[in-house]
Ligand binder design. Structure first.
Ligand code: NAP
Length: 498
């Protein structure tokens, strides 16, 4: 182990033949109406582990974006009329195709985003599961037939697809965040225009090709990549043919998009930023708490909306917990995600490293102690080592903003009420984690936490069968679970005179 908390293995190298083949296998154009379209300008895709350019993809103009919406609008009626069982079969084929293609797709994701291959494989399985889950849900749309309380008529209640949907996704889970939107949209009978993040377009382009091969008809899924998301999406949001915006990304951009959607009263789903507290009580199983914290902190190299941002530990166990967590984090090998055993890959870009450096420096100025790591690593690549800080002051900036890096920020508390109050002292409300062996306390605290999700004695909550989403400034709506499809359905009531 070195000072930085891991054995830094940094790379500046050409792609291997297998890596080159994976990148070459991805279509690089826009996917519009079932056809691939090249554009006059392109945008580069970089490997964050080396800084080297992997390839270039199409750079859509606003007119290309509108062509995508035109294709989605043209395909809408047929897709809505397609029997749910047929839609379900197509989604199930996509599920199987993704799983069968895991190695290629995982490698593409690791190269463009940096996450270790094992995590990328896990994300392909997670993404594939959304297609299976919503294939199953496609044939279970709800409805009702009720007598009017006063008699004389009947209420017929039915669910219809909301219509052409705009889906915007972030770079941190480049395939799963798209799958979590595309699968329910298609299951509900909606067509869509998908805009992946500029830094990770390849996973979505590869997914589009897999979906086409699985039988998704032309125009049902359209994908546009661009260097100027505002210019591309603003006219699409303003267009009355768009009926829904489903966005996953930062709260700042989410608010901007909500304002734009207000102008046409467009339906929205918003999966936004988080500031997850992780509470460890002195009656917790400490081994479980350390493993849970490790998972909640280090998944995706800390670049997850669900990442444990503030770790609050009851005073009696705080020192032991911090030492054990630091020992576990110190043992995590760092390097390019394609290397075997690597757990800590690069951050997405130099700005991400600079942000983590700034947050750690601020916490230190306010009295935090560095137990592990704490210094960025010189390039090539944008690496920051696993870091543990203790004695973090509540006023430190990292307690109020997403760290989005492998930094465990630990502070202590004395009482349950204090822990809950401090955990809730944030405008965010996506997820929280609670570690205690006391069932009553566990349930009491879970109910008191102002978040859409809580992990009780577990550090990962994401599951396609569970309703994922936040409260407060972390978002609107839920993805996955039984209600995930509702985000793409409108309830229609038909009054029937009898
Ligand atoms: P971001 O900057 O908000 O970008 C998200 C997406 O929005 C990208 O595709 C981006 O395109 C696009 N975008 C940016 N400005 C836009 C505009 N004016 N109009 C239309 N689209 C626009 O977020 P990020 O940095 O990619 O992702 C990290 C954030 O996502 C974190 O805050 C994280 O917590 C959140 N997140 C939330 C969840 C959840 O489920 N709640 C899951 C994952 C991530 P470009 O890439 O071209 O900028």
């Amino acid at each position: 182990m070195d000072e930085s908390g891991g054995s830094a293995r940094l790379f500046e190298q050409q792609l291997t033949p297998a890596e080159r083949a994976a990148i070459d296998s991805v279509p690089k154009g826009l996917f519009l109406g079932g056809r691939w379209r090249d554009t006059p300008t392109t945008l580069p895709v970089l490997d964050p582990a080396t800084g080297q350019t992997l390839c270039a993809v199409a750079d859509a103009s606003p007119a290309d974006g509108l062509d995508g919406l035109t294709a989605a609008a043209a395909a809408q009626a047929d897709w809505a009329r397609t029997p749910p069982r047929t839609r379900s079969d197509i989604l199930m084929r996509a599920h199987r195709a993704l799983l069968a293609d895991t190695e290629r797709l995982a490698l593409i994701m690791t190269l463009e985003m940096g996450k270790p291959l094992a995590e990328a494989r896990g994300e392909i399985a997670y993404a594939a599961e959304f297609f299976r889950w919503f294939a199953e849900e496609a044939v279970r749309l709800d409805g009702g037939y009720l007598p009017a309380p006063a008699g004389g008529s009947r209420f017929l209640v039915t669910e219809q697809p909301v219509g052409p949907s705009l889906l915007i996704t972030p770079w941190n889970f480049p395939m799963a965040m798209g799958a979590r939107k595309i699968a329910p949209a298609l299951a509900a009978g909606c067509t869509c225009v998908v805009k992946p993040a500029e830094q990770t377009p390849l996973s979505m382009l590869a997914l589009a090709a897999v979906l086409a091969e699985s039988g998704v008809p032309d125009g049902v899924v359209n994908v546009v990549t661009t260097a100027d998301p505002g210019a591309l999406m603003t006219p699409l949001i303003a267009d009355s043919r768009s009926r829904k915006l489903s966005f996953t990304g930062s709260t700042a951009v989410g608010k901007l998009l909500l304002e734009q959607c207000a102008r046409t009263v467009m339906r929205t789903s918003m999966e936004l930023g988080g500031n997850a507290p992780l509470l460890v009580f002195d009656d917790a199983d400490l081994d479980e708490a350390v493993e849970g914290a490790l998972a909640a902190k280090m998944r995706n190299i800390g670049q997850a909306c669900t990442a444990a941002n503030r770790i609050l530990v009851q005073r009696g166990v705080a020192e032991t917990f911090a030492e054990r967590l630091a020992a576990r984090m110190a043992a995590l090998p760092m390097g390019r995600g394609t290397e075997p055993d690597v757990v800590v890959g690069p951050l997405i870009d130099a700005d991400a490293v600079a942000k983590v450096e700034r947050l750690v420096a601020d916490a230190r100025r306010r009295g935090a102690r560095v137990l592990l790591g704490g210094e960025a690593i010189a390039g090539p690549g944008t690496f920051y080592p696993a870091t543990v800080l203790t004695g973090v002051d509540d006023e430190a900036e990292l307690c109020h903003t997403e760290i989005f890096g492998p930094v465990a920020a630990i502070a202590t508390f004395d009482t349950e009420d204090e822990a809950v109050a401090r955990a809730n002292d944030t405008p965010y409300g996506l997820v929280a984690y609670v570690f205690t062996e006391n069932l009553r306390r566990g349930l009491r605290v879970c109910e008191a936490l102002e978040t859409g999700m809580v992990g009780l004695n577990q550090g990962v909550v994401s599951n396609p069968a569970a309703p994922f989403g936040g409260v407060k400034e972390s978002g609107l709506g839920r993805e996955g679970g039984f209600t995930g499809i509702d985000e793409f359905l409108e309830t229609k009531y038909i009054g029937v005179k009898v």
